[in-house]
Design a protein around this ligand. Structure first.
Ligand code: GLY
Length: 374
C-alpha cells in the first residue's frame, strides 16, 4: 500500500504542547483516517469478497458467507454518518449490496452480525425501504435456528457438537428484536445467562446441549482453557446483555450487563485493552475486545441506575478509546491494508489471526466513538 502523508500530526502537536487531545478532536482524527482507509480497502475488493485481515503485507479477503462480511459495509456506514461524505456512502452501498443474496444461502447464527451492520445501518441512515425485506427475511432465518425444547438458537451446524451455542450468539439477537421474533431473543438471552455464566460473571465460550435442553459440556474454542475468560467472549457478553437491556427494557438484562461490567472493570490492564485471554497476562492484546467493550460500556453508562458504575464505565471507555487512537494501535493512513486498528487476536489456539488487524475491531471502534459523542 502506498503511504499517505502522516495524519497523526495533530496528535503529535497536541502531545508536544503537553495538552491532552480533546475527545472531539480525537474523533475527528479517526474518522478522517477512516475516510481514507476504508474506501481504499473497498476499491481493492471484487464483487464477492470482503476484507478480513492484513497479514504479510497482503489484504486477506473472505467470501460473503463468512461471519465478518457485514463489518466493512458497517464501518463505511458509520464513517458516512460522521462525515456525510457521498463517496463514502457510495462505497457503503457497494459493500452492503454484496450481501443481498445472503438470506437465500446456507447460513449460521451470524446472519445477525452480517445484516445488522450492513443493511441495518443502511436502513437507519437512509430510510431505504428495500432493506426491510432483507432484514426481515434474515430475522426469520435466524429464528428458524431456535429449538423450542432446548430454548436456544443453535450457533453452528458442525458434527463436533450436538447443539453448540457460543456466547458470541448474543450479538445476533438484535436482528430479532428489531426485525423479527423478540420472544425468541428473550428466551435465548435468559437461558444463556443461566448456563454460560460462572458465579464470578465470566463466561464460557461454548455450551453444548442435548435434545432435551440439558447441558452436555461447557468449554472454550478460541480461549486459552475451558475454564478461562477469553477476552472477546467477555466483550460479546457485556455488549449482548447491554443491547438486550436497551431493546427490551427488562431489568434482568440490565442487571446481567452490570454484573459483567463489575467483573471486567477491575480486571482490565492500566491502558484498558485486554490481553487476548484474561489468564494470559503478558501475551498479545486484543484490540477488538477493547473496542467492543468500549462501545458497550458507553451504552451501559447511559442505562444503569448506579451512578458510580455509570461513571466508571464511561471513564473506562474513554481510556480504551484514547489507547486505541494512539500510534500503538491506530494505523497511519496508507498502511495496514486499509484497516484502522492493529493488534487484534482472532483465534490464537488455532494459530489464526494473531496480533493483526481484524475488520470487526474497526467497526466497534467507530461505533464507540459515535456513541461517546452522542
Ligand atoms: N464470533 C467469532 C469471534 O469472535 O471470533
Amino acid at each position: 500500500m502506498k503511504r499517505f502523508p502522516v495524519l497523526a500530526v495533530a496528535l503529535m502537536a497536541a502531545v508536544a504542547c503537553g495538552k491532552q487531545e480533546s475527545m472531539p478532536q480525537l474523533t475527528e482524527r479517526v474518522f478522517k483516517l477512516a475516510s481514507v482507509q476504508l474506501p481504499w480497502q473497498s476499491s481493492q475488493l471484487d464483487d464477492t469478497h470482503i476484507g478480513r485481515t492484513f497479514e504479510g503485507d497482503t489484504l486477506v479477503t473472505t467470501g460473503i458467507t463468512y461471519w465478518v462480511s457485514g463489518f466493512l459495509p458497517g464501518s463505511l456506514w458509520l464513517t458516512y454518518e460522521y462525515t456525510g461524505d457521498e463517496a463514502v456512502k457510495q462505497a457503503a452501498w457497494k459493500e452492503t449490496r454484496k450481501l443481498q443474496n445472503l438470506v437465500s444461502r446456507k447460513t449460521h447464527h451470524d446472519i445477525g452480525f452480517q445484516l445488522m451492520c450492513s443493511y441495518g445501518n443502511a436502513y437507519r441512515l437512509t430510510g431505504d425501504t428495500t432493506c426491510l425485506s432483507i432484514l426481515r427475511a434474515g430475522a426469520d432465518k435466524l429464528a428458524g435456528r431456535f429449538d423450542t425444547n432446548i430454548g436456544l438458537i443453535k450457533s453452528w451446524d458442525n458434527d463436533k457438537w450436538n447443539y453448540p451455542v457460543i456466547i458470541d450468539n448474543m450479538m445476533n439477537l438484535e436482528l430479532l428484536t428489531e426485525y423479527g421474533d423478540k420472544d425468541v431473543a428473550i428466551a435465548h438471552a435468559r437461558k444463556t445467562a443461566v448456563e454460560h455464566f460462572r458465579d464470578d460473571y465470566t463466561t464460557f465460550h461454548l455450551v453444548d446441549y442435548a435434545a432435551d435442553g440439558s447441558v452436555i459440556k461447557k468449554q472454550t474454542v478460541q480461549g486459552a482453557e475451558d475454564g478461562s475468560a477469553w477476552a472477546r467472549g467477555q466483550a460479546w457478553g457485556l455488549y449482548g446483555y447491554t443491547m438486550m437491556a436497551r431493546e427490551t427494557g427488562l431489568p434482568e438484562f440490565r442487571e446481567q450487563a452490570e454484573k459483567i461490567a463489575g467483573m471486567l472493570l477491575p480486571r482490565l490492564p492500566e491502558d484498558g485493552i485486554p490481553y487476548w485471554d484474561f489468564s494470559r497476562v503478558g501475551e498479545e492484546r486484543d484490540a477488538s475486545a477493547g473496542a467492543i467493550m468500549a462501545s458497550a460500556f458507553i451504552e451501559l453508562a447511559g442505562l444503569t441506575r448506579d451512578s458510580v458504575l455509570s461513571k466508571e464505565c464511561r471513564q473506562m471507555a474513554e481510556k480504551q478509546l484514547r489507547t486505541l487512537a494512539s500510534p500503538e494501535y491506530l494505523a497511519e493512513a496508507g498502511t495496514n491494508g486499509g484497516f484502522l486498528l492493529k493488534h487484534s487476536v482472532g483465534h490464537k489456539p488455532g494459530n489464526s489471526e494473531v496480533d493483526v488487524p481484524v475488520t470487526y475491531a474497526d467497526y466497534y471502534f467507530l461505533e464507540a466513538l459515535l456513541r461517546y459523542r452522542n
